[in-house]
Write a protein that binds this ligand. Structure first.
Ligand code: GDP
Ligand code: MG
Length: 439
């Protein structure tokens, strides 16, 4: 490889010169322009500044082709010498002839060594090029390997990342499912501790299992769902004391000692006394145990008539007789809810009267779920319209009462939460009760 500079006053001139020379020397293909640069030169003893453009070209030195002539050149010295067209015989004397041959031989040797030198320089440039190409090839292949390795690393990394994400997700699902399962056990215990009935708990769990795991992994959300479930499944009933819509003959039934008599007076005080309505009290005593003296006393305080009834005839007569009372409050005295005969009798009494009765089944909130169910079933022959719950102040577990209302789809009319007459008495608010029950 050879490098040459071509100068010109312009860039074009420098390049043109390079091409002109290449054409002249018939080596256009071997000439390659490497770069064109400009430089400053000073002429006229440094007085004038000029810009000169320099084109730098590389010239590929060709390996000489093996022509017939070069083959001949490569032939052994003496054979070439013998085939030389120059006749050695032209010498004047043998000595001269000998010298001539010697001279000719020297000339051939000189020519030959020049050719060899030329070939040596060509072949060294070639081998340099070949080694450079080899080196480049090696570099390219090592680069390719490097890229391949890097790509496979990246691919592997991506796959691993994806797999670990999937694994994490699966783990999370399994973990959440486990938490949800534990929370279902927790809510089961929670409701059981608050006296909810097993059947109601089973229904609540069945509902909860239909919800998404996201809900079930959060205890507060579970409580909200239980509340929602209960509120949507409990029967509610609008009650107003100012405009009581269920009739004027109000009858309380229920087990002994739950607070019927006291609560009847409380209701009378709110419903009639506060509204300045005339009222009367009747006590039905089927067991001949004697009417509750409390009721007679309260009737006296409220300046209202009080009647104690022991026979059906007396009852019919009294119900038919109108003494001008706006409300009739009827109390019942009993021994035990197991004794169903008097309940059936009372049911007949009521059905044989033409008057409609607004019957409240009075139960204590402290009663166990099974006992409450038993009471409801025994008193069902009386077709009571509502349940009235007493003694809410004596328990913190309203599960039993709510379970009964849920199972039998009964509405709650009033609640009492203390012995004070008439204060400890309220219209039932199911939402409040559910909130309290789930505390
Ligand atoms: N702590 C509490 N005691 C009540 C409540 N209601 C009634 N009682 C009491 O329960 C007892 C029985 O009441 P009573 O009216 O005679 O029941 P009855 O046999 O069903 O007529 C009485 O001592 C009442 O004062 C209440 O809401 N809370
Ligand atoms: Mg009583």
């Amino acid at each position: 490889m050879e490098y040459r500079n071509y100068e010109g006053r312009t860039r074009k001139e420098a390049i043109d010169r390079m091409f002109a020379e290449a054409i002249r020397e018939n080596r256009l293909n071997e000439t390659q322009l490497l770069r064109v640069t400009s430089k400053e030169v000073r002429r006229w003893f440094g007085l004038k500044k000029d810009v000169v453009w320099v084109a730098v070209a590389s010239i590929q030195t060709k390996a000489p082709r093996k022509t017939v002539a070069t083959c001949r050149d490569e032939m052994p010295l003496f054979s070439q010498a013998s085939s030389s067209p120059e006749p050695v015989m032209a010498a004047a004397s043998p000595k001269q002839a000998k010298n001539a041959v010697k001279e000719q031989a020297l000339q051939v040797i000189a020519e030959k060594s020049a050719t060899v030198m030329k070939n040596v320089s060509v072949s060294s440039a070639e081998s340099e090029l070949v080694s450079k190409v080899n080196k480049l090839e090696m570099e390219i292949s090592s680069l390719q390997n490097f890229i391949k390795q890097e790509l496979s690393c990246i691919r592997e990394g991506l796959v691993n990342h994806h797999l670990s994400e999937e694994y994490e997700k699966e783990n999370e699902i399994v973990r959440d499912a486990e938490i949800a399962k534990n929370h279902l056990l927790w809510i089961e215990d929670f409701l059981g501790e608050r006296d909810f009935d097993a059947k109601v708990i089973a229904d609540i769990l069945e509902y909860l299992k239909t919800l998404k795991t996201e809900v079930l992994i959060d205890k507060n959300q579970i409580l909200l769902e239980v509340k929602r479930f209960l509120l949507s499944h409990l029967k509610s009933q609008p009650i107003s004391l100012e405009n009581y819509p269920y009739g004027n003959n109000i009858l309380f039934v229920g087990p002994t000692g739950v607070g019927k008599t006291v609560t009847l007076v409380k209701l009378a005080a709110h419903l009639a006394a506060m509204r300045q309505k005339k009222m009367r009290f009747i006590s039905i005593d089927r067991y001949k145990v004697g009417a509750d003296p409390q009721l007679a006393k309260y009737a006296e305080i409220l300046r209202s008539p009080f009647y104690e009834i022991k026979t059906r005839e007396d009852f019919f007569k009294l119900i038919k007789q109108n003494d001008g009372s706006h409300f009739t409050f009827i109390d019942t005295a009993g021994k035990s809810p197991r004794d169903t005969i008097p309940l059936k009798e009372l049911s007949e009494w009521l059905s044989q009267c033409d008057v409609p009765f607004d019957i409240h089944l009075v139960v204590s909130a402290t009663t166990k779920p099974r006992d409450l169910a038993f009471v409801v079933e025994n008193y069902s022959c009386l077709n009571f319209r509502h349940v009235l719950a007493t003694k809410l102040d004596e328990t913190v577990c309203y599960g039993s009462l709510l379970s009964m209302l849920y199972r039998y789809q009964l509405p709650l009319s009033f609640i009492t939460n203390g012995q004070e007459v008439p204060q400890d008495f309220e219209i039932a608010n199911i939402e409040n009760l559910v909130n309290q029950a789930l505390k």
